[in-house]
Write a protein that binds this ligand. Structure first.
Ligand code: DAH
Length: 339
C-alpha cells in the first residue's frame, strides 16, 4: 500500500509537471484526486488495510494528497501567469508609435465674431438674450411702429408662414420682447439669425444681426454715438474712423446710419467701399417714444437707444470671404481654411 502511494505521488507530480495548460492540469487533478481518482479509491478502500497499518497509511495518504494539491495549485498559478503574460504580449500597445492625429475643431467665423461682439457688450454691462426666429407680425413690425401697409415694409422682403406669422426679418423683434419682459433700466444685446427673400453673392435669405437696446432715464443720441465709437474701436482697432449719416427707421427717431473705416482696404478706397474708404456697419437711433409706449414703458420717464448691425459683411471682409453663402453651407473645405 505504501509503495502504491509513493507511486501515485511520483506519477502525479510528473504529470502535473508535464501539464502545459489549465485544461490538462485539471485532467490530472481528476485523475488523481477526483471521485474516481487513484488516491481517492485508496482512501475509500482503507478498510482493507490491516488495522495496525491504517493510521500510518492514512496519514501517508493525506500527505500525498496535500503534496499533490499544493503542486496542483502552484502549477495552476504558474499556468495562469503564463497565460496572462502571453495575452499581454500579444495585446501590447506600442505607446511610442506616432498617432494618426486628432482633428481639431474650431469655432465658425460667425460664432467667433459674435463672441467678440458679445464680450465687448457684456463688459459694458449688457445682458445677452435670445428669442424667437419665427415670430408674429406684431413683434417684427407693428410694435416697432411699422403698421400694415406702411411703406417701410417694402424695405424688407419678408418670408411669411401665415398672414400673421413670419420668419423674423430683423433681430429688432427682440427689442419688443425685452421691453415687455424687463423693467427699466436695462441693457440687452441679442445676436441672431434673420430671414429675408433676398439672394445674390452678397445677400442670403439667412443672415445674422446683432441687436442692442438700452432703456434708461435721460439717455439719448450722444450716449449712443459714444458707445458705438467705443465698440467699433474694440471690434476693429483704435485707428478705426466712424462717420454718421441721417437715416430712417420707423422705430427710432432720430435714426442714423454709422459707417466705419472699410476693413477691406483700411480706408484707402477699394471696389467694396466704392472708393470712399468707409463702409456701412450699423443702423441705429434713439428709440421712438411711440415704440416705448406700445410696450408699456413710460416715455416721459424713460428713453432709449438701439443699434442693429448685420454681422455677416464684417465677417466676410475680415476673413476675405467672397460669397456670403460660404458662411452657411458648412462645406468642410471652406471651414478648414477658417481655422
Ligand atoms: N433692424 C434694422 C434693419 O434690419 C437695423 C436697425 C436700425 C436696428 C436701427 C436698430 C436700430 O436697433 O436702432 O435694417
Amino acid at each position: 500500500m505504501k509503495e502504491k502511494l509513493e507511486e501515485i505521488l511520483k506519477e502525479g507530480l510528473t504529470e502535473i509537471e508535464r501539464a502545459n495548460d489549465l485544461k490538462s492540469l485539471d485532467e490530472v487533478r481528476v485523475k488523481f484526486l477526483g471521485k474516481q481518482g487513484a488516491l481517492t479509491s485508496i482512501l475509500r478502500n482503507m478498510k482493507e488495510v490491516p488495522q495496525e497499518e491504517r493510521k500510518e497509511v492514512g496519514s501517508l495518504a493525506n500527505g500525498v494528497r496535500e503534496k499533490l494539491e499544493s503542486a496542483l495549485s502552484k502549477k495552476s498559478e504558474k499556468l495562469e501567469e503564463d497565460a496572462l503574460n502571453l495575452k499581454m504580449q500579444s495585446e501590447k500597445v506600442d505607446i511610442t508609435m506616432p498617432s494618426k492625429g486628432v482633428k481639431r475643431g474650431a469655432l465658425h467665423p460667425l460664432t467667433r465674431f459674435n463672441n467678440k461682439f458679445m464680450d465687448i457688450c457684456v463688459e459694458m454691462g449688457f445682458s445677452v438674450i435670445q428669442g424667437p426666429e419665427i415670430d408674429t407680425d406684431y413683434y417684427n413690425f407693428e410694435a416697432l411702429n411699422v403698421p400694415k401697409n406702411h411703406p417701410a415694409r417694402d424695405m424688407q422682403d419678408s418670408l411669411y408662414i401665415t398672414d400673421n406669422i413670419l420668419l423674423r426679418t430683423q433681430t429688432s423683434n427682440m427689442q419688443v420682447h425685452a421691453m415687455e419682459a424687463l423693467k427699466p433700466p436695462f441693457k440687452i444685446v441679442c445676436p441672431g439669425r434673420v430671414y429675408r427673400n433676398d439672394d445674390d453673392s452678397s445677400h442670403s435669405p439667412i443672415f445674422n444681426q446683432f441687436e442692442a437696446l438700452v432703456v434708461d432715464e435721460n439717455v439719448g443720441l450722444k450716449d449712443l454715438m459714444k458707445m458705438i465709437e467705443v465698440i467699433l474701436k474694440k471690434l476693429f482697432g483704435e485707428d478705426v474712423k466712424m462717420r454718421v449719416r441721417p437715416a430712417y427707421f420707423p422705430f427710432t427717431e432720430p435714426s442714423i446710419e454709422i459707417d466705419a473705416t472699410c476693413q477691406m482696404c483700411q480706408g484707402k478706397g477699394c471696389s467694396l467701399c466704392k472708393g470712399t474708404g468707409f463702409s456701412e456697419v450699423f443702423g441705429a437711433g434713439v428709440v421712438n417714444p411711440k415704440v416705448l409706449e406700445m410696450s408699456g414703458i413710460d416715455s416721459k420717464k424713460y428713453s432709449g437707444f438701439a443699434f442693429g448691425p448685420g454681422i455677416d459683411r464684417s465677417v466676410m471682409i475680415t476673413n476675405k470671404i467672397p460669397n456670403i453663402k460660404y458662411l452657411f453651407r458648412n462645406d468642410m473645405r471652406f471651414l478648414k481654411q477658417m481655422r
